[in-house]
Design a protein around this ligand. Structure first.
Ligand code: M6R
Length: 612
C-alpha cells in the first residue's frame, strides 16, 4: 500500500526521494514525508498531509533538506488519520532514528505499553512509531544490531526503511511480507517498494526475500537472512521502458493505459501461439503438455479485477475446455475450506504480484499440496517467485490505480490457458481450435478499431454522468464482463453501481429500478441476446434508461431497446469480454472526468494492496 524510497550517494537525496515518491504515489497518497541525514549528526524531517505536491512545496522541491542519504514515504493510512503527525517517517524521541514503514505491526499495542513503561514518549497514533522507538531503545552505536533486536520482537507484515543520525551514509531495509527492492550503482544505492521509483537510475534490482535485512551504502547492498547470514541474491534486470511508466501526452495514466491495450494484447499473445496458428504453447511458463494433460480442475483466486478476470476464465474453461473451474476471492480462500483433488491446478491472478490476500491464498494452496500457476504482471514479485509456474501478462507498468490494460492482459493469458487445456479434450475438434485461435490473433487489431471510435462512449458519459446509481447486466461471459465494468465505474467515478446476472434482477433488485435509473446491458453473446433483451424490457417498463454494449451483428436487435447503443466488432464468443472491456473502461473514464474526479488516484484506494 504505502510507498518507500531510500537513497544514499554523493548527490542531494531529497530531490531524488521526491522523484521516487512521485512514481510511487499510486501506492498511497494521503500524506508523505522525507528524512535526510544532514551528515552532521542530525536528521532533518519534513512531512505533509495530502498529496505529495504539499511536501514538495514545504521542502521547496527538496532543496531545504540538505544531505546525501535519506528515506521517503507516501502513505495509505491504516492506524491513525492521515495527518502531518501520523505521516511517515517516524522519528524516535531521541531524534536519532527515523523509519518509514509499509504494512501493519500487529503487536504494536503490546510493544507500545512495554516502551511506555520504560518511559518512552509517543507522538503519533500509528503502529509504526513503536518500531522507531524500539530501534532507538536498542541502539548503542550499531544500527544493524539494533534493527535485528527490534525486528525479532515484531509481529505482522512490514517493509521498513531506517536511517540513524550517527550513521550518515547507511540505510537499512527490512522485508517481511511487504515488497522491497534494493539496487546500487558505482557511487550510490537505492531502496524502494517498487522498481518504478528507481528505474531512472538503475535497471538491475535485487528483490529482497522474506525476513531479509539489507544494509545499503553508496556502491553496495548487503543482504542478510533472518539468521544473520549474508545472502547472495541475484539481481533481476528490468526491461520496462521508463517512458512506459509516464503519461506520454495523455491527460491521465488510465487513458494512456486503456489505449495501450492493442499493444498489450499483442505482447501477451506473442510467442504463445504456434507458428501454424493451430496450438497454444505455454512451455515458457513451465506448463509442459504433460502437466496440462494432468489438469482435472482449475481453482482460480484473485482480488478485485483479477478476480473478475478469473470469472471470465471460469466460463471459458468450462464452456470450451470442459474443465471444472472454481473461482474464489483470494481474501476468502483460506476461510472457505477449499476441497482440493488430485489434478487441481490453482491459478493466482495478480497484476502486482504483491497483493497480501492473494499471497496468503497462494501459500494456503501450496500447503494443501496443490500446484500453483501465477498469472502475474510484475516480474520478480512475491507471487511470481513463490508459484510453481509463472505466466507473465506482459502489460508493462500500470500506474493508474484502476486497472485496464493489466486486466485485459490477464483475460488474454487465461484465454490462452483455456485453449491450451481444451487441446486435451477430445470433444474439442481442430476446427473449433483453429477458429478461436484465428480470432484471438485478430483481436489486437479489433481492439484498435474499438478504441478509435470513442464518440458514442463520450456521448453516453455526458448524458449519464450524474446518475446516482447504475446497474450493469449481462448473462454468461457478458455477466463476467459486467462485473468488471461495474467495478471500474464505481472506483473512479464514485457512482454507486452493481453488476447482476440478467436473470437475477427480478429476484429482488428490480425494486430499485425507477424512472431515470441507468442500466448498462452487456450483450455480446449471441446465444443469450434474446434473454438479455427481455431483461432490458423489464427494466425499461419501470422507467430505466438503457445503454447497450453489443456486437455489430447484434446491434439491430437492440436498436429499439437501447437508448444509446455502442457496438464493437464481431469476434469468437469466447473472446467477447476482451472487446466489451474497452468501451466500458472508456465509459467509466469519461463519466469520472465529467464528475471532476481524480481519475488516477481515486479516494481511499491504493494500487497495490499489501495488507490483509
Ligand atoms: O495487483 P492485483 O492484481 O493483485 O490487485 C488486485 C486488486 O486490488 C485490483 O484489481 C483492484 O481491484 C483494482 N483497483 C481494480 O481496478
Amino acid at each position: 500500500m504505502c510507498g518507500i524510497v531510500g537513497f544514499t550517494g554523493d548527490a542531494q537525496a531529497a530531490p531524488i526521494l521526491l522523484y521516487g515518491l512521485e512514481r510511487l504515489e499510486y501506492r498511497g497518497y494521503d500524506s508523505a514525508g522525507i528524512t535526510v541525514n544532514s551528515g552532521a549528526g542530525t536528521l532533518l524531517t519534513e512531512k505533509a498531509s495530502g498529496r505529495l505536491a504539499n511536501l514538495a512545496v514545504r521542502t521547496d522541491n527538496g532543496t531545504t533538506l540538505r544531505g546525501t542519504c535519506g528515506i521517503g514515504h507516501t502513505r495509505w493510512a491504516t492506524h491513525g488519520e492521515p495527518t502531518d503527525n501520523n505521516a511517515h517517517p517516524h522519528v524516535a524521541s531521541s531524534g536519532k532514528i527515523s523509519i518509514v514503514h509499509n504494512g501493519i505491526i500487529e503487536n504494536y499495542r503490546k510493544l507500545k505499553d512495554w516502551l511506555l513503561d520504560k518511559g518512552v514518549k509517543f507522538h503519533s497514533e500509528t503502529d509504526t512509531e513503536v518500531v522507531s522507538q524500539l530501534i532507538d531503545y536498542y541502539y548503542e552505536g550499531d544500527l544493524l544490531n539494533a534493527v535485528r533486536k527490534a525486528v525479532y520482537k515484531l509481529e505482522g507484515s512490514y517493509a521498513l526503511g531506517i536511517v540513524a543520525a550517527d550513521e550518515p551514509s547507511t540505510i537499512i531495509g527490512v522485508r517481511k511480507e511487504g515488497p522491497l527492492i534494493a539496487a546500487y550503482t558505482e557511487d550510490a544505492a537505492y531502496l524502494a517498494s517498487d522498481v518504478t521509483a528507481i528505474l531512472k537510475y538503475c535497471r538491475d534490482v535485487i528483490y529482497l526475500e522474506d525476513d531479509s535485512i539489507v544494509v545499503i551504502k553508496p556502491g553496495s547492498v548487503t543482504c542478510y537472512n533472518k539468521y544473520g547470514k549474508v545472502q547472495n541474491l541475484t539481481p533481476v534486470t528490468i526491461d520496462w521502458d521508463i517512458e512506459a511508466a509516464q503519461k506520454g501526452g495523455y491527460a491521465h495514466y488510465m487513458l494512456k493505459e486503456i489505449y495501450e491495450q492493442p499493444r498489450v494484447l499483442r505482447d501477451t499473445l506473442a510467442g504463445r501461439i504456434t507458428e501454424d496458428g493451430g496450438s497454444v504453447n505455454l512451455s515458457e511458463a513451465g506448463l509442459t503438455r504433460e502437466i496440462l494433460r494432468s489438469v482435472r480442475k482449475v481453482h482460480i483466486v484473485g482480488c478485485g479485477s483479477a478476480y473478475h478476470a478469473g470469472v471470465v476464465a471460469k466460463y471459458q474453461l468450462e464452456s470450451f475446455a470442459r474443465i471444472a473451474c472454481e473461482v474464489t476471492l483470494a481474501s476468502e480462500f483460506r476461510y472457505s475450506s477449499p476441497v482440493v483433488q488430485p489434478g487441481t491446478l490453482c491459478v493466482v491472478i495478480s497484476q502486482s504480484g504483491e497483493t497480501a490476500d492473494s499471497i496468503a491464498a497462494l501459500r494456503e494452496a501450496k500447503s494443501l499440496g496443490v500446484s500453483v500457476l501465477a498469472v502475474v504482471n510484475v516480474r520478480g514479485s512475491t507471487i511470481s517467485r513463490e508459484a510453481d509456474y509463472v505466466l507473465y501478462t506482459n502489460a508493462g507498468p500500470e500506474i493508474a490505480v484502476a486497472t485496464s490494460k493489466a486486466y485485459s492482459a490477464q483475460v488474454a493469458a487465461m484465454t490462452l490457458l483455456a485453449i491450451a487445456l481444451a487441446e486435451f479434450n477430445s470433444g474439442v475438434n481442430r476446427e473449433s481450435l483453429l477458429a478461436v485461435l484465428g480470432d484471438l490473433r485478430k483481436l489486437p487489431d479489433l481492439a484498435e478499431k474499438v478504441l478509435a471510435d470513442v464518440a458514442p462512449v463520450q456521448l453516453a458519459a455526458s448524458r449519464y454522468f450524474n446518475r446516482g446509481s447504475v446497474f450493469f447486466i449481462g448473462r454468461g461471459l457478458d455477466y463476467a464482463a459486467a462485473l468488471e465494468a461495474s467495478l471500474k465505474l464505481k472506483e473512479i467515478s464514485y457512482i454507486h453501481s452493481e453488476a447482476y446476472a440478467g436473470g437475477e434482477l427480478k429476484h429482488g433488485t428490480i425494486s430499485l429500478i425507477e424512472p431515470g435509473t441507468l442500466v448498462v446491458a452487456v450483450a455480446l453473446c449471441s446465444k443469450l441476446a434474446e434473454k438479455i433483451e427481455s431483461n432490458i424490457k423489464e427494466v425499461k417498463t419501470r422507467g430505466a434508461e438503457v445503454l447497450a454494449v453489443t456486437s455489430e451483428s447484434l446491434a439491430g436487435d437492440f436498436a429499439d431497446s437501447g437508448d444509446i447503443v455502442i457496438t464493437v466488432p464481431d469476434t469468437h464468443e469466447l473472446l467477447t469480454p476482451l472487446l466489451a472491456a474497452l468501451p466500458l473502461q472508456l465509459f467509466a473514464y469519461y463519466t469520472a472526468l465529467n464528475n471532476g474526479c481524480d481519475i488516477d488516484k481515486p479516494r481511499n484506494l491504493a494500487k497495490s494492496v499489501t495488507v490483509e
